[in-house]
Design a protein around this ligand. Structure first.
Ligand code: ADP
Ligand code: MG
Length: 352
């Protein structure tokens, strides 16, 4: 594996939960990110998948230094960037850029496309001499497949897919090494999603980029990711090579998510059990003890209420070894059984 460009360890972000109007008092914490570990190799794409509210955008903001973590470290090329300030913080922000989810709300409607794409140069004037910025913006438009003549148009004059291309051009303006794309195609029509994903794929090799690609749907990240991490309630519960995750998921949550992904082949569809999770995702202000997934898990046993499962699979049960090894935060990850036992009233969860 190539050297890691990002190493995330024990990453935590809690937001204070306040009550009261006159006398505000902290009554708890929203545990948006609650112990996330992963590495991103240079040139690699790591997909991060999970339901709405599981902490994906918070991870994205932490990686891009738009928020400071409550605990944990983020190493960029070996250097912890979570305690930086001033010039050093600005330098690292240049290198790790975000592409936002919704191109309809993330682009200022009163700015021209040229000003939007060139705005990073206002924030980082050292990145490009003033006289060269228009030329660079035109080049960026061309790079993302838009006509450079559109430089004076406004966002409303573009389609959703074109607006996301503008957002991507903006993300590239400072020539970053890492791009964190937070659900970059979720707001787009299915018909244009693939075009934007293909563009990101092409830009990756053209500009030597490493990607963290966030989505709420496993089927979207499959095409672009080398590895995939599945998040649940502030934590990564399973992570590995994409084929490992898709073909041999070992965490019950991943198994349930995958069972909901449409299968084009009718024969395969026949043979697949749909796993329907019961109950709601617990509140991030009140995370279950032990395994945080146990309240919805059909495999849960008493041990799961006490012991937090580590994101690791015992060596003897690994399907692969070395850097490609596939980790799963489940006490029963080594068990073969994938489908929950048939229970009256359908596939329910185990003890709550
Ligand atoms: P996702 O992107 O996976 O939908 P987020 O990272 O946006 O999830 O949010 C994770 C959790 O943290 C949610 O419960 C959300 O309400 C909460 N949260 C996010 N940002 C803040 C904030 N600034 N203050 C308080 N709670 C927040
Ligand atoms: Mg989000």
């Amino acid at each position: 594996m190539a050297e890691p460009i990002l190493e995330v360890s024990g990453l935590v972000k809690y937001y204070p939960l306040m009550r009261g109007i006159l006398f505000k008092k902290q009554v708890g914490a929203v545990k948006a990110v609650d112990g996330v570990d992963f590495t991103l190799a240079k040139g690699e794409t790591l997909g991060i998948v999970g339901e709405s509210g599981c902490g994906k955008s918070t991870v994205a903001k932490l990686l891009c230094s738009l928020e400071r973590p409550t605990a944990g470290s983020i190493r960029f090329k070996g250097e912890d960037i979570t305690r930086l300030s001033g010039r050093a913080l600005r330098a690292v922000r240049r290198n790790i850029q975000m592409v936002f989810q919704d191109p309809y709300t993330s682009l200022n409607p009163r700015m021209t496309v040229g000003d939007i794409i060139g705005e990073p140069y206002e924030i980082h004037p050292e990145a490009a001499p003033k006289g060269d910025r228009r030329r660079r913006v035109r080049e960026l438009l061309d790079v993302v497949g838009l006509n450079p003549e559109y430089i004076n148009r406004y966002p409303h004059q573009f389609s959703g897919g074109q607006r996301q291309r503008i957002g991507i051009a903006r993300g590239l303006a400072l020539r970053p090494e890492v791009i964190v794309a937070d659900e970059p195609v979720s707001a787009l029509d299915v018909s244009v999603q693939a075009q934007v994903i293909n563009l990101l794929d092409r830009l990756q090799s053209e500009f030597d980029l490493s990607y963290v690609f966030i989505a709420h749907d496993l089927s979207i990240v499959r095409h672009i990711s080398d590895r995939v991490g599945v998040m649940y309630l502030g934590r990564i519960v399973e992570i590995g090579r994409d084929a490992e995750i898709y073909d041999h998921p070992t965490h019950p949550y991943t198994q349930a998510l995958l069972s909901a992904v449409p299968v084009p082949d009718p024969e395969a569809r026949e043979h697949r059990e749909r796993i329907i999770l019961t109950g709601d995702v617990p509140s991030p202000t009140n995370i279950p003890s032990g395994c945080r997934f146990r309240t919805r898990c059909w495999k849960a046993q008493e041990r799961c209420t006490r012991e937090v499962p580590a994101l690791a699979v015992p060596e003897e049960f690994r399907r692969t070894t070395g850097p490609a090894a596939h980790d799963s935060a489940c006490h029963f990850a080594a068990e073969k059984q994938v489908v929950p036992p048939e229970a009256p009233g359908g596939h329910g969860n185990g003890p709550g």
